[in-house]
Design a protein around this ligand. Structure first.
Ligand SMILES: Nc1ncnc2c1ncn2[C@@H]1O[C@H](COP(=O)(O)OP(=O)(O)OP(=O)(O)O)[C@@H](O)[C@H]1O
Ligand SMILES: [Mg+2]
Length: 283
């Protein structure tokens, strides 16, 4: 009943503008937001992400990283302040014209009960076979798909072949490459993949991030280090911002997170089970 009672997004009279192709400049101007009345989660967030740059969000669990990302996705509207895309207030924009330019790769990628091809083409049903195969090659989907007897027509998901975490992620990267969004959202997996899968995913991701405004909830040092801008979020505020080098030199919150995680990453080489007593990495 709750779902049926939801208002249609298109019925919102404030959404009057249709976006043409965007550059991908995203900025937050003193954004405040609460899921529930009187329980503010974001307390005035301001930043700018220039087109084509990578912004990494780090900070402890519950600090507000996913909430910031969901506002970039326009899943919610700020209670005050503005989220601007190319200088246009996102709350006045028709969502279909925005979302078609937004790509999302999450830790747990959603696969439909269909073929590999259908799952990749879903983001751009009119793509040519050539574009489809090229996306699969860049994301290294070809490496596993072509080994199945049915190839790209192999059914995956509930009733089909089970794919590994790394393979699912490669599939969702291929999907995003095909969609070719201006703004890209990544939520990196926390689980450690073997170094081979890791290398394959990095290849696809690096390609995908080129020339797009990327937001990444980063867990991997390699990603954080190459970010143009790191935002350290704590308690719904940006407490530090800068590059890896400048924040490391600052010796503050980022330095603490970094040194804690760096110790942990070295410990990934422990035998299975040996590292289990170590504190969880800050997400
Ligand atoms: N749908 C929701 N309804 C109510 N409160 C929520 C909701 N989602 C998140 N919150 C609250 O908002 C705060 C920020 O949550 P958020 O998910 O943005 O944190 P995060 O930084 O992404 O954490 P994590 O690293 O664990 O993913 C938390 O206190 C959380 O409990
Ligand atoms: Mg989160």
């Amino acid at each position: 009943m709750e779902i049926l009672g939801e208002k249609d997004e298109f019925a919102d009279p404030a959404r009057v503008r249709t976006l043409d192709e965007i550059e991908g400049d995203v900025s937050f101007d003193d954004v405040r937001f609460a899921y529930e009345k009187d329980k503010p989660v974001l307390h005035g967030i301001s930043f700018e992400s220039r087109p084509g740059t990578v912004t990494a969000l780090v900070g402890s669990s519950g600090s507000g990283k996913s909430t910031i990302i969901s506002l970039v996705c326009a899943f919610h509207k700020p209670d005050s302040g503005e989220v601007l895309v190319d200088g246009i207030d996102l709350s006045t924009v028709r969502l279909d014209s925005y979302r078609s330019q937004l790509g999302v790769v999450l830790q747990e990628s959603f696969l439909f009960d269909g073929t590999i091809k259908e799952n990749v083409m879903f983001s751009h049903p009119d793509a040519t076979d050539e574009d489809f195969l090229s996306a699969c090659r860049i994301a290294r989907v070809d490496e596993f798909a072509e080994r199945f007897p049915e190839g790209y027509d192999t059914i995956v998901g509930e009733r089909g072949v089970k794919l590994s975490g790394g393979q699912r992620q490669r599939l969702s990267i291929a999907r995003a490459i095909l969609a070719s969004p201006r703004i890209l959202i990544l939520d990196e997996a926390t689980s450690s993949l073997d170094s081979e899968s890791e290398a394959m995913i990095q290849h696809g991701l690096s390609y995908l991030m080129q020339g797009r405004t990327t937001f990444v909830i980063a867990h991997r040092l390699s990603t954080i280090r190459r970010a143009d801008q790191i935002l350290v979020v704590e308690g719904g505020l940006i407490v530090e911002r800068g590059t890896h080098a400048s924040l490391y030199a600052l010796g503050g919150r980022y330095y603490d997170l970094y040194t804690r995680q760096h110790g942990l990453e070295e410990n990934l080489f422990l035998a299975p089970g040996e590292g289990d007593t170590i504190e969880e990495p800050a997400k």
